[in-house]
Write a protein that binds this ligand. Structure first.
Ligand code: C5P
Length: 399
């Protein structure tokens, strides 16, 4: 339920604007109040009258409307809400937000607000994949905005692909998460996930088989408890969850930089399968086959991100959790790793091929802490994530 929550809903000008009417209906059904703002272009797709009727509130349209400013100035309007939702967020609106434009009511409110902003992008697939939109999205993620979608699907323009706005029921879940009063509300937690790719030359790289499934599930479970999650992910096959700040990286060095840049945090969970080695010097040009035979690759050791953060003299997160994928003597190896890496907990799992855990949907883990080892029964990766998130919440509540 969203009883008493106030949502400032900014509707951008795209065909998906019709879905914002359903979103308003759902928000009100859940007990939230909705103050709608329509951009000029949005008014071409939905009428102020229908939006205002559904919201049972005045709809705001113009920056320089003296009546509105007399009733509630734009600064106050931007701050009276518990959450600002932009749905649909067009490519243009995202560009304005990313670049700090404030030339109409919607963009000015977005600049002036001191509340969290949840963005539900909606645009043609080419526009979503355009480098400018990618840059703007990365900027907005870095600025701490939350994203709901977009999803893949057929579009009003007849094309198919990512860029379609999430359905109102999905956006509702993201809104509930953003407003959650869970036990981790207001706690910043960093999660690493996925493999890393270490370039050999511009076309080849060293990688591993991590899907990123367990890391994604952990980030989702922490966010569901209200945590403010920064999700630093290598090139995983599983999509990152909604409602977290995603920082995509390729290499271990980039992952370390991103994690350091994301601190301080109350806790950090290192679920990434970081490559142990990179090329000492990656080649700038493609290595060619020649008469000298196979190239000799010279490796250098990658930084250990978990150990680096766990050994920080200042700014160390209060709880540092590592993973250990082992094929034998799981508990003994995990306990040794706990000491060597300097972390507080190790989530150890048996990744012998016959267990089907690596790349599968289930996991059987042992939680190793200073107090000893605790075997958890085999369960889905989502359940492992939920149990781990509950443990983290219980531990942080005492700090
Ligand atoms: O040493 P090993 O790779 O088994 O350790 C696994 C744990 O250490 C995982 O939590 C992994 O995310 C983390 N790790 C890391 N940076 C590395 C290697 C591992 O953060 N370079």
């Amino acid at each position: 339920m969203l009883n008493g929550k106030r949502i400032l809903l900014i509707v951008g000008g795209g065909i998906a604007a019709f879905k914002s009417l359903d979103l308003i209906r759902r928000l009100r059904e859940q007990g939230a109040s909705v103050t709608p703002v329509l951009t000029r272009a949005a008014q071409e797709f939905v009428t102020p009258l229908s939006v205002s009727a559904l919201a049972a509130e005045k709809v705001y349209l113009d920056l320089f409307d003296l009546t509105d400013e007399a009733e509630m100035g734009h600064i106050e309007l931007s701050r009276a809400a518990d959450l600002v939702v932009v749905a649909p967020a067009t490519a243009d609106l995202m560009a304005k937000m990313a670049n700090g434009h404030a030339d109409d009511l919607a963009s000015t409110l977005l600049m002036a607000t001191d509340k969290r902003v949840l963005v539900a992008p909606a645009m043609n697939v080419r526009m979503w994949e355009h480098p400018a939109t990618k840059r703007n999205t990365a900027t907005l993620v870095k600025d701490g905005l939350l994203f709901a979608g977009p999803v893949e699907g057929s579009m009003a323009c007849g094309e198919f692909g990512p860029g379609r706005m999430s359905e109102p029921h999905e956006i509702m879940e993201d809104i509930e998460r953003a407003l959650s009063n869970g036990p981790l509300k207001g706690r910043h937690i960093v999660v690493t996930s996925g493999p890393t790719h270490e370039p050999i030359d511009p076309v080849r790289y060293i990688a591993n088989r991590s899907s990123g499934a367990q890391g994604s599930a952990i980030a989702r479970a922490l966010a569901a408890l209200g945590a403010d999650v920064t999700f630093v992910t290598g090139p995983a096959t599983v999509a990152p969850p909604d409602g977290v700040r995603v920082i995509p990286v390729e290499t271990a060095a980039e992952m370390l930089d991103a994690v350091k840049g994301a601190l301080p945090a109350k806790a950090a969970v290192f679920a990434a399968a970081v490559a142990d080695w990179r090329m000492e010097t990656a080649s700038d040009s493609k290595i060619k086959k020649d008469a000298n035979g196979a190239p000799k690759l010279k490796f250098a050791e990658n930084p250990d991100i978990l150990a680096t953060v766990a050994h920080l003299k200042s700014g160390r997160p209060g709880l540092v959790v590592g993973f250990a994928a082992e094929t034998d003597d799981v508990v003994a190896n995990a306990s040794a790793k706990l000491a060597r890496k300097g972390c507080d907990w190790i989530v150890a799992n048996d990744v012998r091929p016959e267990t089907g855990i690596m790349g599968g949907s289930e996991n059987a883990v042992t939680l190793v802490t200073a107090d000893g080892a605790e075997d958890w029964p085999r369960m889905s990766k989502d359940q492992v994530a939920a149990k781990l998130a509950d443990r983290i919440a219980a531990t942080l509540s005492g700090q």
